[in-house]
Design a protein around this ligand. Structure first.
Ligand code: AMP
Ligand code: TRP
Length: 363
């Protein structure tokens, strides 16, 4: 494609966001972030750090502030080049909460109460939601009604804010994990509803599944996904783990009582180690099975430790440089917010006009 073609044809917009919580896991890295960096040339990419979502379960203010910087530094260290994409903080861009409110006024409460993530989070707070078989209606148990008082409305409205994050940029593609599919579906419904009521305004966003991101399983329970919220410290490798931590965690990773290094469903622990090896070394699982023929689990683990140590070293070193340089991180977030704001204003103005809000007089 010639340079003039590139400038005349806008690239499709991809947007994804993450809450500023804790550290990225090896699962986030191999299953998501590392693949996102492949899309930077082909799409106009927006990455939002959604601090307003994070306050639905209020963190300590100083932690929230620190986590935003830590999060952006980890993304950059993992390969998201700020020269090729826009990285911004949700609360820095005017429009997210405004559009969320407009969409809230178009969302039946029942649809929000049926969201799996809301039910899970509410259940953890003691709010029991009883569902009748064969009915879409949600009933609250007596204990539930009492506990309802302690659940903030933000938790319920969370998916509407997420829909606003996406629609505010008219994003065409949204990379999300499986657990966020239901929220994306609500976003698509809201966009369709708005378009129908007020004429074509929003693009209907599609989920984006990047090519072959590996699914990394817990090291202590390899039937479950590796997750940052796992209580067992040995279950999860974080991208910032030091070599000693990597050695300890892989050393104690669950395998099985056989001695054969093969990937199949009866050997989830060994399969997971082979997946990690393959994702980092680039060798196919078949080639690895031949390479390890006649060798023991100790040798497999030693190679995985070596690969993880060498691959995560530059990420960790780069992170520690970046986190010391707040001015640089602020400059990345400033550029990101400016680009995001420019796009967001256009869409918010269009929406406001369509629903009948009066325009603010200039000067
Ligand atoms: P989460 O940490 O659940 O918010 O997920 C953020 C992104 O990382 C999503 O695209 C997930 O699909 C991906 N991800 C999270 N955990 C894993 C895992 N264990 N294996 C592969 N991908 C993962
Ligand atoms: N809800 C998402 C999560 O918890 C984060 C998120 C907020 C998001 N807004 C978004 C993801 C918009 C994609 C697009 O993981």
């Amino acid at each position: 494609m010639s340079k003039s073609d590139q400038t005349s044809k806008p690239k499709p917009v991809i947007l994804t966001c993450a809450q500023p919580t804790g550290q990225l896991t090896l699962g986030n890295y191999l299953g998501a972030v590392r693949n996102w960096s492949d899309m930077l040339d082909d799409y106009e990419c927006f990455f939002g750090i959604v601090d307003l979502h994070a306050i639905t379960v209020p963190p300590k203010p100083s932690d929230l502030r620190q986590n935003v910087y830590s999060c952006i530094a980890q993304y950059i260290a993992c390969g998201l080049d700020p020269k090729k994409c826009h990285q911004f903080v949700q609360s820095h861009v005017i429009g997210h909460t405004e559009l969320a409110w407009i969409l809230t006024c178009m969302t039946p409460i029942g649809e929000l109460q049926r969201m799996t993530q809301f039910k899970d989070k509410a259940a953890k707070l003691g709010f029991k939601v009883a569902e009748e078989k064969g009915s879409d209606d949600v009933k609250f148990t007596h204990e539930g009604v009492r506990a309802q008082a302690s659940i903030n409305a933000g938790l319920l409205c969370y998916p509407v804010l997420m829909a606003a994050d996406i629609l505010l940029y008219n994003a065409e593609l949204v990379p999300v994990g499986e657990d966020q599919r239901q929220h994306l579906e609500l976003c698509r419904d809201l966009a369709g509803r708005f378009n129908q009521k007020y004429s074509e305004t929003f693009k209907i966003p599609e989920p984006y599944v990047p090519k072959t991101g590996a699914r990394i399983m817990s090291l202590s329970d390899p039937m479950h996904k590796m997750s940052k919220s796992d209580k067992n410290e040995k279950a999860t490798i974080f991208v910032l783990d030091k070599p000693e931590q990597i050695k300890k965690k892989i050393g104690s990773a669950v395998t099985d009582s056989e001695a054969e290094i093969k990937a199949n469903s009866t050997k989830p622990g060994v399969s997971n180690l082979l997946t990690i090896h393959s994702s980092l070394s680039g060798e196919s699982i078949n080639d690895l099975e031949s390479h390890f023929l006649g060798k023991g689990y100790g040798e497999l683990k030693a190679e995985v430790i070596e690969l993880l140590t060498e691959n995560l070293r530059p990420v960790r070193e780069s992170y520690h440089e970046l986190i010391k340089d707040k001015n640089y991180l602020d400059s990345v977030l400033k550029e990101g917010a400016q680009a995001a704001q420019k796009r967001a204003y256009k869409i918010l103005s269009k929406v406001s006009r369509k629903i009948g809000l009066t325009e603010r007089a200039r000067n």
